[in-house]
Design a protein around this ligand. Structure first.
Ligand code: ZN
Length: 210
């Protein structure tokens, strides 16, 4: 699936997951007054979900993200190959751990230099209070959700995804690859538009919340 399709698919899926789990706080249209803080949380959550939806294609130098990263993506593609480690549950776990460690280190550094002093900086590690609080936790959740949805989206394509890498077996849905669509074809557009319309209808009728 192409970059823009991944972003739309990731955002639509993030709306569904956030509606079910309230990971990004209460709905903007849920009756409670929409504060600036809540609005900021939503922007952070969906922004990072979009970023996460592009991240696995870091292993493809021609992808939306790969073109931005240039030599980094070319190196990764050369070493690992497209749709290998980064398109697997192991990749999701490792990238998640790196991002978590980075935000924890950032929190510690800010705490150390006295830029945050709530003490909660050393708490859960996810919710680094005082700095984008609780945005960092929401950013982390958004990124992982977007990443996961990228793997789901690619599973709908002919090529499938090696979910259980280092096993090279690729999985997809439907199981028969002949029933799946080819990346970049009109079917990709139709499926992404259909999912978006379904989510928008869900929001309009109050079944889903942003
Ligand atoms: Zn991909």
């Amino acid at each position: 699936m192409r970059g823009p399709s991944h972003v739309v698919f990731g955002l639509a899926g993030a709306v569904v997951i956030a509606s079910a789990t309230h990971v990004a706080g209460p709905s903007l249209f849920g009756g409670a007054p929409a504060t600036i803080d809540l609005l900021a949380e939503k922007v952070i959550f969906y922004g990072f979900a979009a970023l996460g939806a592009l991240t696995p294609d870091i292993d493809n130098a021609r992808s939306t993200l790969g073109q931005k990263l240039g030599p980094i993506s070319r190196g990764i593609q050369h070493l690992a190959g497209h749709r290998t480690f980064f398109h697997s549950l192991v990749g999701l776990g490792v990238v998640g751990a790196i991002v978590w460690a980075a935000q924890y280190a950032l929190g510690l550094a800010l705490f150390h230099f006295g830029l945050i002093n709530t003490g909660e900086a050393l708490g859960s590690g996810i919710n680094l209070a005082g700095f984008l609080a609780p945005g960092v936790g929401i950013a982390f959740a958004g990124l992982l959700i977007g990443y996961f949805l990228h793997l789901v989206a690619d599973s709908l394509t002919e090529g499938g995804v090696p979910w259980l890498w280092p096993s090279r077996v690729r999985y997809g849905f439907p199981p028969s690859r002949h029933l799946r669509f080819k990346t970049g074809t009109v079917w990709e557009l139709i499926i992404v538009v259909a999912i978006s319309v379904a989510v928008i209808v869900g929001i309009v009728f109050g079944r889903l919340g942003v």
